[in-house]
Design a binder for this molecule. Structure first.
Ligand code: PLZ
Length: 425
C-alpha cells in the first residue's frame, strides 16, 4: 500500500465526502511547476491550484515574505489594530486594475466573499435589489454566490433555497450560440434584462470576462463593452469577476483590459495571494465609499501574512513580467492544440487567452458535448503525471492553467502528454 493509499483510507473516515479531490495522490512538496507526492512521484502542474499559484508553487519571494511576516505578527485584525501591508495591497489593487478614476479597495478571504461584498456594496450604493448574472457563470459556493452560480451539479443540488433577486441572462458563447456577434448576443441579454428585471431595479451586472468553471467561455468581441455601456446608461454597477482571470493569467493584469473595459468594481482573489487566501473588491471611490463606516469587514480579511504574500506575488509578477509570460504560454499552446484538433475528431473548439486555455470536447460530427471524452483525456494526463482539470456546464472542457513561471521545456513536455491523451482512440 502506498503512502497515498494510506492517507486516502484515513481521509475516508475523517473528511466529509462532499469535499472531493481531482487526484488521489497526496502532496509532499511543490515548487515552480512541479509537485511531488508522498510516494515520490512527480507531477507537472497545469492546474496551479485552480489558477492560484501563477507565480509558481512555493514562489521564493512569497515564501520569504510569509516567513518574515509570521515572525513580526500573525494577526491583529485590521478592524482592531491596522497595519501597513493592508493599505499597500489596496494601493496595488487601485494601481493595477483598469480605470484611471479614483478608487477604493477592501480585502477579504476568498473569492466568494469578495463577490458577496461587491454585491452588498452595489446594492447599498444604488439602493436597488436586482443582480444580473449569466448562463454558465461561476461565482462561488456561499448562499448568495450559489444563487449567482449557474450550474446545479455539483454546486447547488438540494442546497436551496437560494438568495432572491438574482436574474440570469443569456451568455455569448461563440461555439454554442450559432456564432452570434458580441453586440447581437448583448442585445439578446439586454432584452431579457429589460423585459424581466427592468433597468431601474438593477443594482449590478456581474460577469466573468472569460468564464472559468463554466468552460473558459470567451464572449464574442463587443459583448462585454455593450453590457458595460448598458449598465452605465441605466445606473447599474458593472462588476467584473476577475477572480480566475486576474493577475496576469490572460496576458494582461486583468482580462477586462483586453476590450478596454473599465468595470465599476472588480473582484479579485486566487492569483493575487500567490497561494495564500486573500481576496479584494476594488473600484470607483463613490461606490465603494457609499457604505457607512463599519459596514464592511470580517475577522481575517486582509490578514497580515496573506497581505505580505500578495505584495510579494505582485512584486514577482512585475519583476518576471508575467503578463508577457502568460502571452507566450498562450502563443505556444494555442497553435499546438489547434494542430491536435485537426488530427482528432472530437475537439469542437480550442480557445482562451494567455495561460487560460481550453479544448472543448464534442461528439464527432457535431457539437454535442462529450463529457466522458474530457474525463478520459484528463485521466490519461494524470496517469502520465500531468495535473490538468476539466470544467464546463457540460463537464466536457479540458482546461490548462499552468503557473506563469513554467519553463519552455516543461510546457512542451506537458503539451506532449496532452497530445497523447487527446489522440487516444
Ligand atoms: N469567481 C470567477 O473562478 C472560484 C472554484 C472551485 P473561492 N473558482 C474555483 C470549486 O469547485 O469550489 C471562483 C471563480 C470565480 C468566484 C470564485 C469563488 O472563489 O475563492 O473559491 O470562494
Amino acid at each position: 500500500m502506498t503512502s497515498s493509499d494510506e492517507l486516502h483510507k484515513r481521509r475516508a473516515s475523517a473528511v466529509a465526502r462532499g469535499v472531493s479531490s481531482v487526484i488521489s495522490s497526496y502532496v509532499d512538496t511543490a515548487a515552480g511547476a512541479g509537485i511531488r507526492d508522498v510516494d515520490g512521484n512527480t507531477w507537472l502542474d497545469f492546474a496551479s491550484g485552480i489558477a492560484v499559484t501563477s507565480v509558481g508553487n512555493a514562489a521564493p519571494r512569497v515564501v520569504a515574505a510569509v516567513q518574515q511576516q509570521a515572525e513580526r505578527f500573525t494577526h491583529t485584525c485590521f478592524m482592531v489594530a491596522p497595519y501597513e501591508s493592508y493599505v499597500a495591497v489596496c494601493e496595488q489593487l487601485i494601481e493595477l486594475t483598469p480605470g484611471a478614476f479614483e478608487k477604493r479597495a477592501a480585502l477579504f478571504n476568498s473569492g466568494a466573499e469578495a463577490v458577496e461584498n461587491a454585491v452588498k456594496i452595489a446594492r447599498h450604493a444604488t439602493g436597488r435589489p436586482a443582480v444580473v448574472v449569466f448562463d454558465h457563470a461561476y461565482h462561488g459556493r456561499t448562499n448568495l454566490t450559489m444563487a449567482l452560480t449557474a450550474k446545479v451539479m455539483p454546486y447547488k443540488h438540494r442546497m436551496g433555497p437560494f438568495a432572491p433577486e438574482v436574474y440570469r441572462a443569456p451568455m455569448s458563447y461563440p461555439l454554442r450560440d450559432g456564432g452570434r456577434s458580441g453586440p447581437e448576443a448583448a442585445r439578446t441579454a439586454i432584452d431579457v434584462i429589460e423585459k424581466q428585471v427592468g433597468g431601474p431595479n438593477v443594482a449590478a451586472v456581474l460577469i466573468e470576462p472569460i468564464q472559468g468553471e463554466g468552460g473558459f467561455v470567451e464572449p464574442a468581441p463587443g459583448f462585454l463593452p455593450a453590457l458595460a455601456a448598458w449598465a452605465r446608461d441605466n445606473g447599474a454597477v458593472f462588476i467584473a469577476d476577475e477572480i480566475q482571470t486576474g493577475f496576469c493569467r490572460t496576458g494582461d493584469w486583468f482580462a477586462s483590459e483586453h476590450e478596454n473595459l473599465e468595470p465599476d468594481l472588480v473582484t479579485t482573489a486566487k492569483g493575487m495571494g500567490g497561494g495564500l487566501p486573500i481576496a479584494g473588491v476594488v473600484g470607483r471611490a463613490e461606490i465603494m465609499d457609499a457604505v457607512h463606516a463599519g459596514g464592511l469587514g470580517g475577522t481575517y480579511g486582509g490578514n497580515p501574512i496573506a497581505c505580505a504574500a500578495a505584495l510579494a506575488a505582485v512584486e514577482t509578477m512585475r519583476e518576471l513580467d508575467l503578463t508577457t509570460a502568460a502571452r507566450r504560454i498562450g502563443d505556444a499552446m494555442l497553435p499546438r492544440l489547434r494542430e491536435i484538433a485537426d488530427k482528432a475528431d472530437g475537439i469542437g473548439d480550442v480557445r482562451g487567452r494567455g495561460a487560460m486555455i481550453a479544448v472543448e470536447l464534442v461528439r464527432p460530427g457535431g457539437i454535442d458535448p462529450d463529457p466522458p471524452a474530457a474525463a478520459a483525456a484528463a485521466k490519461a494526463c494524470h496517469e502520465a503525471g500531468l495535473l490538468v482539470l476539466t470544467c464546463g456546464t457540460y463537464g466536457n472542457v479540458l482546461r490548462f492553467l499552468p503557473p506563469l513561471v513554467i519553463s519552455d521545456p516543461d510546457l512542451a513536455r506537458g503539451l506532449d502528454i496532452v497530445e497523447r491523451a487527446l489522440l487516444l482512440p
